[in-house]
Ligand binder design. Structure first.
Ligand SMILES: [Zn+2]
Length: 164
């Protein structure tokens, strides 16, 4: 069970945020940062192909903007490093036992397996804010349940607001 509070809104809804930092809850005085992701579709789980990009501007103070960017950069570099080390050190020992026809799939599975600790870390120690975009909706994921509640109330005029 994820430890963030997720608010699902229609993708075409222009989400309204409280005028407070998503990370530290201080007043932001209009300061925002842009977050961008790609949609997850049924092709993503099969072929690692992502859909249309989705961008949102979130209220954040300058201190937290740096922290959020650093966490994103650290996560990205960590994943690249682990994937690279896996392919360099582990894959050569495994490749002899894998039939040629499925070797790419096994390699992808091996990388995903070695990244499992990162996925678990992001579930049990979620970032202050994250987004997951789907073709028709977006999950706005908040570590702070009170902030998520305020966000959901501000967007009550959306076609739907699902909180979990
Ligand atoms: Zn802040």
């Amino acid at each position: 069970m994820p430890l963030s509070t997720d608010v699902n809104l229609p993708r075409n809804h222009d989400a309204v945020f409280p005028d407070r930092c998503v990370r530290c809850d201080r007043i932001t005085h209009g300061n925002k940062m842009r977050l961008r992701t790609h949609s997850i579709t049924w092709l993503t789980s099969l072929l690692m192909v992502f859909g249309k990009p989705f961008t949102v501007h979130i209220p954040v103070c300058q201190t937290c903007a740096s922290a959020i960017r650093n966490r994103e950069l650290f996560s990205f570099l960590s994943c690249i490093t682990v994937a690279g080390l896996t392919m360099f050190f582990v894959w050569p020992r495994v490749a002899h036992f894998v039939p040629e026809a499925i070797s790419q799939w096994v390699a992808v599975g091996l990388i995903l397996f070695t990244l499992l600790p990162f996925f678990l870390f992001s579930i049990f120690k979620p970032p202050a804010f994250d987004i997951t975009a789907y073709p028709d909706s977006v999950d706005y994921e908040f570590r702070c349940a009170d902030y998520a509640k305020s966000f959901a109330e501000l967007n009550e005029d959306a076609e739907w607001v699902k909180t979990e």
